[in-house]
Ligand binder design. Structure first.
Ligand SMILES: Nc1ncnc2c1ncn2[C@@H]1O[C@H](COP(=O)(O)OP(=O)(O)OP(=O)(O)O)[C@@H](O)[C@H]1O
Ligand SMILES: [Mg+2]
Length: 338
C-alpha cells in the first residue's frame, strides 16, 4: 500500500445516497466527511434572487428563466416556497420521474468532489438492484460512473452493504453482515474475509416509512420525516410508550421495514449455493439514518432471533457514525485496492 501522504493525495470515498451524498477524504490519520443534501428547488429567475443566493453561498445554477438551488440549503427554500424539494434519486437509483436527475447529480458531484488530481481514485457506493430493476441499476451505475470519470477520477464501484462491512468490521476480518438502512433502500451484504458472498436490497426504508405514515395520519411526508428525525427532542423510539398517532404509525412501518429486510436476507441466504463455512457466529452491523431511531437495534435483534438463518449471529451493532459509514467504507475500499 502507498504511504500516508501519497494516499491523501490519491483517494476519495463517495456515498451517493438517495437522501444525502457524502464525500470522505483523508486528513492525516483522520477521515473528513462532507455531506450534501441530494435535492434541489426550482426558483423563478431574477437578478436579485441570484445575487442573494450568491451572497448567502447557496449552491445554485442559472438556466434561462430558472434558478436551481441545490444541496444542503435546498430544504430551507422548499419550506419557504411551501413546496417539497425535487429529488434526483429515488429508491437508491436515478429518479426516472425527474428530468433533471443527471444534471443535478453532476452539479452536486462537481461541487463536492472537484476535479481530480492526476490519477486520483474515487470509490463510490452502488446499491444492489431492487427486485425487477436490474436494468435500471445498469443505467444508474454507468451514468454516475461517467460523471465521476468526466471529473477526471479513476472511478471504482463498491456495493453499499459491503462498504458498511469495510467501514465497521475490520476487527472481525471483514467477515459479517452489513446492513445500510437509508432513505430509499435497505442494502445488505454478507461478506467473508472482505469478499461479498451475497448482496440484496429492498426499497422499504426511510422514504417508505415517511410516505406510509403520512398517508395514514393525514400529515405530509415532510412533517413525518422531521418528527422522526428529531427523535432526541420528541422521544420517538420504536414501540415507545409516548405514542401519538404519528409515533404509532412510525413504529408499525419501522417494524415492516425491518421484517422486509430480514426476510430478504433469509431468502437470499437460502437461495445461495456458495455460503462459506463460518468458523463461528458472525456479527451484523447496521448503518444509515433509518437505523438511528431509538430501539432500532433491539427490534432488529428480536426479528433476527425468531428467523431461521443458516448462520448464527453473534451481535447486532450500530456503526459508530451511521450517517457517514458508507462514505468511510468507500474510502477504505479505495485504499484496499491501491
Ligand atoms: N435521527 C434519525 N432518526 C431516524 N431516521 C433518521 C434520522 N436521521 C436521518 N434519518 C432518516 O435516514 C434517511 C437518510 O439516511 P441516509 O443518509 O443513510 O440515506 P441515503 O444513503 O441518502 O439513502 P440510500 O442509502 O437509501 O440511497 C432518511 O429517511 C432520514 O429521514
Ligand atoms: Mg445510503
Amino acid at each position: 500500500m502507498a504511504n500516508t501522504a501519497a494516499l491523501q493525495q490519491a483517494v476519495k470515498g463517495l456515498d451517493l445516497g438517495t437522501s444525502r451524498i457524502v464525500l470522505a477524504t483523508l486528513n492525516g490519520q483522520k477521515v473528513n466527511f462532507t455531506p450534501q443534501l441530494n435535492a434541489f428547488v426550482d426558483i423563478p429567475y431574477s437578478k436579485m434572487t441570484e445575487q442573494m443566493l450568491t451572497r448567502e453561498n447557496i449552491l445554485h445554477a442559472v438556466e434561462g428563466s430558472h434558478i436551481y438551488a441545490y444541496g444542503n440549503r435546498a430544504d430551507e427554500f422548499a419550506k419557504f416556497l411551501e413546496g417539497d424539494t425535487r429529488r434526483p434519486m429515488q429508491s437508491g437509483l436515478l429518479n426516472p420521474a425527474e428530468p433533471k436527475n443527471l444534471q443535478m447529480i453532476e452539479l452536486l458531484l462537481g461541487q463536492l468532489c472537484g476535479k481530480a488530481r492526476n490519477g486520483e481514485k474515487l470509490c463510490l457506493s452502488i446499491p444492489s438492484a431492487p427486485q425487477d430493476r436490474g436494468s435500471d441499476l445498469i443505467y444508474h451505475e454507468r451514468s454516475v460512473h461517467g460523471i465521476v470519470e468526466k471529473l477526471g477520477y479513476q472511478a471504482q464501484p463498491v456495493n453499499e452493504g459491503l462498504a458498511i462491512v469495510y467501514s465497521e468490521l475490520k476487527d472481525a476480518n471483514f467477515t459479517g453482515i452489513g446492513m445500510s438502512f437509508g432513505g430509499g433502500m435497505c442494502n445488505i451484504c454478507l461478506a467473508y474475509l472482505g469478499l461479498p458472498v451475497l448482496t440484496v436490497a429492498t426499497t422499504r426504508a426511510g422514504d417508505y416509512i415517511d410516505h406510509s405514515a403520512a398517508s395514514v395520519t393525514g400529515e405530509t411526508p415532510t412533517t413525518v420525516r422531521l418528527h422522526k428525525e428529531n427523535a432526541a427532542e420528541n422521544g420517538f423510539a420504536l414501540d415507545g410508550a409516548n405514542g401519538g398517532a404519528i409515533d404509532r404509525a412510525l413504529s408499525i412501518y419501522y417494524a415492516d421495514v425491518i421484517e422486509t429486510a430480514v426476510t430478504a436476507l433469509q431468502t437470499a441466504m437460502a437461495e445461495s449455493k456458495k455460503l462459506p463455512r463460518f468458523s463461528g457466529p458472525i456479527p451484523i452491523v447496521c448503518a444509515g439514518g433509518t437505523a438511528m431511531a431509538g430501539n432500532f437495534l433491539a427490534s432488529l435483534r428480536a426479528i433476527i432471533d425468531r428467523t431461521r438463518l443458516p448462520v448464527t449471529i453473534s451481535e447486532v451493532i450500530l456503526a459508530k457514525d451511521p450517517l457517514n459509514a458508507t462514505a468511510k467504507g468507500a474510502l477504505v475500499g479505495a485504499m484496499l485496492n491501491m
